[in-house]
Design a protein. Structure first.
Length: 249
């Protein structure tokens, strides 16, 4: 919700911007004076929600701003309820009954939708759904209240389970490139994100043969593990692209 000043509203009128103006005052107030907006008194806003544009910018006004705020809050709450009912119908969430509870509560149904997912992977998926594409560091930090990951490698390992999920990838890796300094990860439940590497850019190279018999030190071993994991991520993305394009090996 963005507050619009009188000056900003005047500019919208002056520049003939295509927007919808909703007046939520009472009928008698509207008849005394109005700005030419559509009259929908605040008490009837819910039953007239279908009259409010979903394509245009909508400006809601009253005398002091209080009724406008109430109308918008009611509309936003109704949107949440409508979306929740849609998720319930499709089996993504279910309602939780709590004895003595005063409000409805809901819980996700990911374990049923995606058998085998455990708390670490569900925590990562939850953050990706809420915040969009994230780096390994961001995921580790932002899942702290849900799941503690000791290091970035543990985050990467759980992401790999989502990328290589048996019934199809749930998460994809967005490789580093122009406008993205480091790789990010994005969920695929709501559609493919922008920035996935095209098939022709996904190159998998065979590792160079090891010519020395001396064991790798800790730093080299960590680098080797990271490279192997990134190769697995690329392989998973390539397989997904092959499925979409109908290309067989």
């Amino acid at each position: 919700m963005k507050e619009v000043t009188v000056q900003e509203l005047k500019q919208m009128f002056d520049t003939k911007e295509d927007f919808q103006l909703i007046d939520v005052r009472e009928t008698y107030e509207y008849e005394i004076s109005n700005l030419g907006g559509e009259l929908i008194p605040v008490g009837t806003i819910m039953e007239n929600a279908d009259k409010i544009s979903k394509e245009k910018t909508v400006v809601v006004h009253c005398r002091s701003g209080q009724r406008s705020k109430t109308a918008i809050m009611n509309l936003e709450e109704s949107t949440v309820l409508r979306m929740t009912e849609s998720l319930k119908t499709r089996g993504w969430v279910f309602q939780v009954s709590i004895v003595g509870g005063r409000v409805n509560k809901f819980r996700h149904n990911l374990r049923h939708k995606y058998p085998g997912l455990e708390k670490p992977t569900i925590s990562l998926l939850s953050v990706l759904l809420l915040r969009g594409a994230q780096t390994l560091g961001e995921l580790r930090q932002r899942t702290e209240r849900l799941q503690t990951f000791p290091d970035l490698e543990s985050v990467e390992a759980e992401l790999m389970k989502l990328i290589t999920y048996s019934e199809g990838p749930i998460v994809a890796c967005l490789p580093a490139g122009p406008g993205r300094r480091v790789a990010q990860y994005a969920q695929l439940l709501t559609g493919e994100p922008n920035g996935l590497a095209p098939a022709e850019e996904i190159i998998i190279s065979s590792p160079a043969p090891v010519t020395t018999q001396s064991p790798l030190n800790a730093e080299d071993q960590a680098w080797k593990q990271r490279m192997e994991m990134e190769i697995e991520i690329l392989r998973a993305q390539l397989n997904r692209l092959k499925v979409r394009l109908g290309v067989e090996d």
